[in-house]
Design a binder for this molecule. Structure first.
Ligand SMILES: Nc1ncnc2c1ncn2[C@@H]1O[C@H](COP(=O)(O)OP(=O)(O)OP(=O)(O)O)[C@@H](O)[C@H]1O
Length: 887
């Protein structure tokens, strides 16, 4: 084994402590990485891989390095790919170090705990998720180290995967920690990975309920967690404790800005599972690329990152309490109706930056002077925001926000402190100095005077020396290694005076100094060094004064977020002609002239509005038919989006809307191959369907788009029919459902199932052309126009022509077989029907299999409520009807 240099020994020590992280090892002006780390870093960051010295085995040591000031650019690229990076710093000033410079890891940056500004190109929260529990009870926590937000919940669920996936889909964490024991649960790990969450196993002890409780109590400096709502919730506590433990372990410092833990319960929110969030494109595109067609994109006109984050939360967690929704809608109405108020508030909000994250950085200790300027300007807008809200902003929420903003007395002092201390345009790096304003500190001013005086002397010294030597190109320069020097080009070297002392030889020039220049150099450099040290000291003092008000400032940030989110929704509502929905606790959904908020923005030729009427009594199940491209999916999504928007507290795209609270929205739309998980398109469809049928409650809203299309027509039709019957009859109280289908035969079901209503989207035939009217009208349709649509899509004429002939043949055959069937009896007829269906993937206007009255009657029987005699009598009666005789 080879003898290592002291620095390399330090590197190997750091690597031993943080074996799962890439080590960024500070060497002077660079962060260097060695060995396997260097290879990964060189590849991921596309930088040069070299070698230097020998590694512990005596092999050439691979090396990759980045300039220390470029850390902010490179770090996010690694973190976003899921790497952990341990930053190993020089722990003492190299100039003052006696012998070997001490180095050590000062923090580990991971995807879920990053706090660096450069990580956040969008304002969304960056959560670390933590899961604990087992045997039916689970705790889930979310901690955003950058903003200090900390949430926890606990729920009981025998099969928790869907629930956990739904939480992850709504909160979109970058990283999730689970105990090493739980890490062996492959299904859980897979579900999280599918949602792009990096899953890490963390020490089992961190998930221990007792030690978690103690850690949380210590961190929040409380004697009980009761006030935070998680006393008596062991798994909410242990998942929160583990999250905090992980954050403290990686950040290696106190996290004072994480000052509160909130416990939430799912019963407060509408449940949106991960599939529905994806299908309805609530916060991002299904395909995740191209133009953003999410509902968030349409609704987000926020001016501040706090407002943006809150809007996302509102959309991902719509409310289910009528009063709470009305509370939001009242504020929105105030702002929508008062144009001046809205305009004023929004213009002042536009000066507010990310206060939450700025505070996080200040408390954390990695803020710079520009962060303080951003904080000053943001806080400086608060009095104007308050003023623009006037004495009576008109509704409870706005009054609360105004009073809350007014309630922070130290606001003015913080603004003044930053204004007095920090120059308007400070340098990015604190190390460079030059950030403290003249007049803030006497000692600093004195040092600055010496430094400036020295520099003025240097300028006059250069002129004096040019005059003395007659060398016009003589210049006095400075570099960090050699200090101040007089530079003379080689062609003038003969003219140098005797008192010049040689300092350095260059290719085309020589550098000199004089005793006088040396004297001034000492004055300037010592003043500059002292200035930097004093500025750093003052900066630390200023930030700790601000940090002592962290929780008040975080409260201000929350209020600003609420105001911004509401004002943005009001602005969007006015600009897009949305109306305030009427929220009720009954089962009715009544929408007049509803529109799809995203499609209406992109569709050419204007969006055609449509009405909707649903309830649990007469209009529980809307069976929607219509040609391809007619607008069935658009219509169904529009209904569910209007419901979600309304319960999130937004106005909706309609001329009138009355929404009976929905507790969950389920969707089964489109076809997503899930080849990665080994599931076929049909399997995915059935898994999603199973989830809906097993979990929909009487207050749910279900969207089913072409159920059964992923398998043979016969199987698909059978499944579709069974599903309609099941949902219709489930608990006898209706799950409100919208079902689009091309199985036109299915529409007959409305004659036996009273709460099923047929609707279709109208089209008009114009010769060979098809005009899409986009209007939903009562009744079923009997034609698919699939071939028309194929022609519109540019399928070659020969193919569509041939398709027409095939269709004609099938239709002729069906007529013949219908006639012959009636002679040959029912058995033969159903065989022919099967064959026809197999030829008819789009469900042509084929003859419909009549429901068998005996079977139908049998299905309707409630056997549990019959006596044995009644049952025997019924059986005998049915046998007679079926033509089997009986006594
Ligand atoms: N109400 C409407 N007003 C104007 N254009 C509409 C309307 N509804 C839908 N469209 C347009 O029609 C297109 C097709 O709509 P959609 O996908 O909903 O049809 P579909 O009936 O579900 O079709 P398929 O059965 O083939 O899946 C949409 O992309 C949109 O451009």
């Amino acid at each position: 084994m080879i003898k290592l240099t002291p620095a390399m020994k330090q590197y190997y020590d750091a690597k031993k402590q943080h074996s799962d992280a890439l080590i960024f090892f500070r060497m002077g002006d660079f962060y260097e990485s060695f060995g396997e780390d260097a290879k990964i870093i060189a590849k991921e960051l596309e930088i040069t891989l070299t070698t230097r010295g020998k590694d512990i085995e005596g092999e050439k040591m691979p090396l990759a390095g980045i300039p220390y000031h470029a850390l902010d650019n490179y770090l996010p690229r690694l973190i976003k790919k899921g790497y952990k990076v341990a930053i190993c710093e020089q722990l003492e000033d190299p100039k003052k170090a006696k012998g070997i410079i001490k180095r050590g890891v000062v923090r580990v940056v991971t995807p879920g705990t990053a706090i660096d500004t450069s990580m956040f190109t969008d304002p969304s929260n960056n959560y670390l998720m933590s899961i604990s529990g087992g045997d039916g009870d689970y705790g889930v926590s979310f901690l955003d180290v950058s903003t200090g937000e900390f949430l926890t919940t606990q729920f009981a669920d025998k099969s928790p995967y869907d629930r956990i996936a739904s939480e992850a889909a709504r909160m979109r964490p970058s990283e999730c920690i689970i105990s090493r024991t739980m890490f062996s649960d492959e299904r859980l790990v897979e579900r999280l990975k599918e949602l792009n969450v990096l899953v890490q196993g963390f020490k089992d002890e961190a998930f221990d309920v007792d030690s978690s409780r103690k850690l949380l109590e210590r961190h929040f400096n409380v004697s009980t967690l009761e006030g935070m709502g998680c006393a008596g919730l062991p798994y909410a506590t242990s998942s929160a404790g583990a999250a905090l433990d992980y954050a403290l372990t990686t950040q290696m410092r106190e996290l004072g800005h994480v000052s509160e833990l909130s416990t939430y319960s799912d019963s407060e929110f509408m449940m949106l599972d991960s599939i529905t969030l994806r299908n309805l494109e609530i916060v991002k595109n299904v395909r995740g690329e191209g133009n953003d067609t999410s509902i968030l994109k349409v609704l987000d006109d926020t001016n501040t990152p706090m407002g943006g984050r809150l809007l996302q939360k509102w959309l991902l967690k719509p409310l289910i309490n009528v009063d709470s929704i009305d509370h939001r809608l009242d504020a929105l109405e105030c702002l929508a109706n008062d144009t001046m108020l809205r305009f004023d508030v929004r213009s002042h909000l536009s000066f507010v930056k990310d206060i939450e994250r700025l505070i996080g950085r200040v408390v954390y200790g990695n803020s710079n002077a520009r962060d303080l300027i951003a904080l000053k300007r943001s806080l400086g807008s608060v009095p104007q925001i308050v003023e623009s809200m006037g004495d009576d902003p008109g509704c409870e929420m706005l009054i609360n926000i105004r009073d809350g903003l007014l309630g922070f007395e130290q606001l003015e002092n913080i603004v003044k402190l930053i204004d007095d201390a920090i120059v308007d345009e400070p340098p990015v790096s604190v190390r460079e100095g030059g950030m403290i304003r003249s007049g803030y500190n006497e000692k600093l001013d004195e040092l600055k005077g010496m430094s400036t005086g020295g520099k003025t002397w240097i300028a006059s010294f250069q002129q004096k020396e040019r005059d003395r030597t007659g060398i016009k190109s003589l210049k006095v320069g400075y570099n960090r290694v050699f200090g101040y020097y007089i530079e003379i080009t080689k062609s003038n070297i003969a003219q140098i005076p005797d008192d010049y002392i040689r300092k350095q030889t260059m290719r085309n020039a020589e550098r000199f100094y004089t005793p006088e220049l040396k004297e001034w150099e000492d004055v300037i450099l010592s003043a500059d060094e002292k200035i930097t040290a004093l500025e750093n000291e003052l900066f630390t003092e200023i930030t700790s004064r601000i940090a002592s008000h962290a929780s008040d400032l975080q409260r201000i940030a929350v209020l600003i977020g609420q105001l911004d989110c509401t004002a943005s929704l009001a602005e969007v509502a006015v600009n897009n002609n949305f109306v305030r929905p009427n929220i009720t606790s009954d089962c009715k959904i009544l929408i007049r002239e509803g529109r799809h908020p995203v499609v209406e923005k992109t569709v050419r030729g204007g969006f055609v509005p449509n009405d909707t009427e649903m309830d649990c009594v007469d209009e529980q199940f809307l069976l929607i038919t219509g040609p391809n491209m007619a607008g069935k999916s658009t219509y169904m999504r529009q209904v569910s989006l209007i419901v979600i928007m309304a319960q999130a507290g937004s106005f909706v795209p309609a001329s009138h809307a009355s929404i009976g609270i929905v507790d969950r929205v389920f969707t089964r739309v489109g076809a997503f191959d899930d080849l990665a998980s080994g599931q076929s398109t049909f399997m995915v469809e059935m898994v999603e369907l199973a989830n809906i049928l097993n979990n929909a409650t009487p207050k749910s809203l279900v969207l089913l788009d072409e159920i059964g299309r992923g398998t043979s027509t016969y199987d698909g039709y059978s499944i579709a029919k069974a599903v309609v019957e099941y949902i219709h009859n489930k608990g006898r109280v209706g799950v409100r459902s919208l079902f689009a289908t091309h199985y036109h035969q299915l529409t007959n079901i409305s004659s036996s199932l009273k709460r099923v209503k047929n609707y279709h989207i109208a089209v008009k035939e114009d010769g060979d052309d098809l005009v899409f009217l986009r209007k939903i009208v009562p009744g079923a349709t009997d034609k698919s126009y699939g071939i028309h649509v194929a022609r519109l899509a540019g399928v070659p004429h020969k193919v569509t022509q041939r398709a027409k002939e095939v269709l004609q043949d099938i239709e002729d055959e069906s007529v013949i077989s219908k006639e012959s069937d009636s002679k040959r009896g029912r058995k033969k007829k159903s065989a022919q029907y099967t064959q026809l269906m197999l030829f008819d993937p789009e469900g042509s206007s084929a003859p419909v299999a009549e429901p068998d009255p005996v079977v139908e009657e049998l299905k309707e029987l409630d056997v549990n409520s019959m006596t044995p005699i009644e049952a025997l009598n019924k059986l005998s009666e049915l046998q007679k009807k079926a033509g089997k005789g009986g006594k």
